[in-house]
Design a protein around this ligand. Structure first.
Ligand code: HEC
Ligand code: HEC
Length: 333
């Protein structure tokens, strides 16, 4: 009798161990096997790749607004590309720039035409970095492109990697709420991102020191034309990655909390980019959460900014059906 009990207990124990082993197996899926920059030799091309990585992780020190030489001031804020493209651009669902070099030229709904990788980078330069475009032949542009291409070595053209973007949580059937987001910010974000979303600067004195914890809004943040200024992108990024250190397999915020705190961030003031009304010439391809009009569907800017998105999607489908339009497979929506 006793022995049977003991055996059952042992059996239960072995179940526990095998579950644990499975979990370890699953969590190793959170990493990609990426080409190692540090292992490169010190030839000219490898130096370019290393410099490209530095430009991603410490953008402010190379092309930031505080550069002593005005000709080198390209970024308009002191963010780093790597503040959003996490782990120097190789973190799953941390907006990776891994394995995508072969995807370009790619169709851009924002412009309504094919764009090159350099043009895509400059889209982040002028929106996320609130700055001016890097000339295609400039040293920093060549370095960033060399780094992104290096990260793609070994990834076949057309290969679909899982882990790109920031994830796709279920949506709320109500509008996301900045007031609830405020309480979540006080409890879960303020310790790092500081009072009033201002961030905390790096401690190094001197020019172009950048941020230990980047600002989420205000004059030194991304502008209102940036991808991170859109609720769906922001909420998924926050859910998969914040508080910093979290990964998509072990989120710490509930989806609802992530939607509401993203709504707070989206509601706050930030630099304005002129000419946004010209984005997305085909309005049916405009991302549903673009916080600026015009829109094809007649819903308010408010509802596009905060949701709920179900009714807008239904309306857009109706319009597409009426027009007999075949949805562009590259549509951002
Ligand atoms: C404030 C956050 C933020 C910063 C800073 C930022 N980006 Fe981005 N970047 C994004 C978002 C969000 C997207 C995806 C946008 C979308 O949904 O289309 C993106 C997309 C990209 C892409 C295309 C990725 C793909 O999957 O096709 C590249 C390349 C890129 N960024 C490069 C850069 C570079 C280089 C810098 C620095 C000069 C930079 N980004 C700075 C947020 C940022
Ligand atoms: C433990 C500190 C910490 C906490 C807590 C934290 N963050 Fe972050 N956050 C960071 C760091 C550091 C980065 C930049 C990551 C990098 O450069 O690798 C970042 C980046 C971001 C970004 C993208 C960059 C930018 O400037 O917009 C957003 C958005 C963001 N955090 C939102 C939040 C929200 C919302 C919360 C609360 C739910 C939060 N974070 C909690 C440390 C933190």
């Amino acid at each position: 009798m006793r022995k049977a009990f003991l055996l059952a207990a042992l059996f239960a124990l072995s179940l526990v161990t095998s579950v644990a082993a499975e979990e370890i197996g699953a969590s190793s899926a959170k990493f990609w096997s990426v080409p190692q920059v540090d292992a490169l030799p010190y030839d000219a091309h490898s130096r370019l790749i290393r410099h490209g990585r530095d430009l991603i992780t410490a953008t402010y020190s190379h092309i930031g607004p505080d550069m002593p030489d005005p000709a080198q001031r390209f970024a308009g804020n002191n963010l780093a590309c790597g503040n959003c493209h996490l782990d120097a651009g190789v973190k799953k669902f941390g907006l990776p720039i891994f394995g995508l070099a072969e995807d370009f030229p790619a169709y851009s709904a924002r412009i309504g035409a094919q764009i090159t990788l350099q043009e895509r980078i400059n889209s982040c330069m002028t929106r996320s970095m609130n700055g001016r475009p890097l000339p295609v032949s400039s040293a920093p542009m060549r370095a960033i492109v060399a780094y992104i291409q290096f990260l793609s070595s070994g990834v076949r053209k057309g290969e679909k990697l899982s882990g790109l973007g920031a994830g796709t949580m279920p949506e709320l059937d109500r509008a996301a709420d900045p007031a609830r987001g405020h309480d979540i910010y006080q409890a879960r974000c303020i310790g790092c991102h500081n009072v009033d979303g201002a961030g905390v600067q790096n401690s190094l004195p001197g020019h172009g020191a950048g941020y230990a914890f980047p600002p989420l809004w205000g004059s030194d943040s991304f502008n209102d034309g940036a991808g991170m200024a859109r609720l769906i992108t922001a909420a998924n990024f926050i859910h998969s990655n914040m508080p910093d250190g979290v990964d998509y397999l072990h989120p710490r915020l509930s989806p609802e909390e992530a939607w509401d705190v993203a709504a707070l961030m989206v509601s706050k003031p930030r630099p304005h980019r002129a000419g946004l009304e010209k984005d997305f010439p085909d309005l049916l391809q405009k991302p549903i959460d673009a916080p600026y009009g015009p829109y094809a569907d007649g819903f308010s800017e408010e509802q596009h900014k905060y949701g709920p998105y179900g009714p807008i999607r239904a309306k857009l489908q109706e319009i597409e059906k009426q027009q007999g339009e075949v949805r562009n497979p590259n549509s951002a929506r």
